[in-house]
Design a protein around this ligand. Structure first.
Ligand SMILES: [Zn+2]
Length: 202
């Protein structure tokens, strides 16, 4: 099945996604090394750097994805924000599951308020790292912020409200306006669970 999503060019030593974008296959050690190396260099600022990398990735990936969706499903006219969000995000994410980023579910019941919740099982970051008792999937949080900013065409931020790395069975994220995301971060630091945070914003 992976052959449907990747194309190898052994003569150049390159790996591509189906639409021609270059890709790299990395091990868990690579993910650990990237995070711990960055943390050694810049301390806690590493979290923000991973978040910003994720955000940029999300924005670019959505732009690429929107071009494809407009062509394939939108008759060359409709953009993704004019399509059903559940359909859009499921179509976007499932190749990422094949690529090893984990399975996700999206909860759009608070979408009217600009807030969505996402749940990731088998986060590639959290499964690589030790259980450190705090969220580690800043790359994912940033990616969701970028993705939703593009989709909503306004600034969105994201926060991981629970993580596999904290001993939970999966990672949960809240994506929304900066004010609500900051409030959620405050509650999380005060010890609120993902469910409590969801109830507070809901
Ligand atoms: Zn996590």
């Amino acid at each position: 099945m992976a052959d449907d999503f990747f194309r190898n060019d052994p003569s150049k030593g390159m790996l591509y996604l189906r639409d021609g974008q270059r890709a790299a296959k990395v091990s868990e050690d690579f993910i650990v090394g990237m995070h711990s190396g960055l943390e050694e260099d810049v301390g806690d600022a590493a979290n923000l750097i991973m978040y910003k990398c994720g955000r940029e990735w999300g924005l670019r990936d959505m732009k690429r994805f929107n071009d494809r969706m407009r062509h394939e499903f939108g008759g060359g006219k409709l953009d993704i924000w004019q399509m059903n969000p559940q359909f859009v995000f499921e179509t976007w994410w499932w190749p990422l599951t094949i690529q090893g980023w984990g399975a996700w579910t999206l909860d759009v019941s608070f979408h009217q308020r600009g807030i969505v919740f996402a749940e990731i099982r088998n986060s590639a970051v959290a499964y690589s790292m030790q259980r450190v008792g705090k969220p580690v999937c800043h790359l994912y949080a940033g990616m969701f912020a970028g993705v939703m900013s593009y989709f909503e065409r306004t600034q969105r931020e994201a926060i991981e409200v629970q993580c596999y790395s904290m001993g939970n069975d999966c990672c949960k994220f809240m994506i929304g306006p900066e004010k609500q995301v900051n409030a959620a971060e405050f509650w999380r630091q005060e010890g609120a669970t993902a469910e409590e945070i969801r109830n507070k914003v809901g």
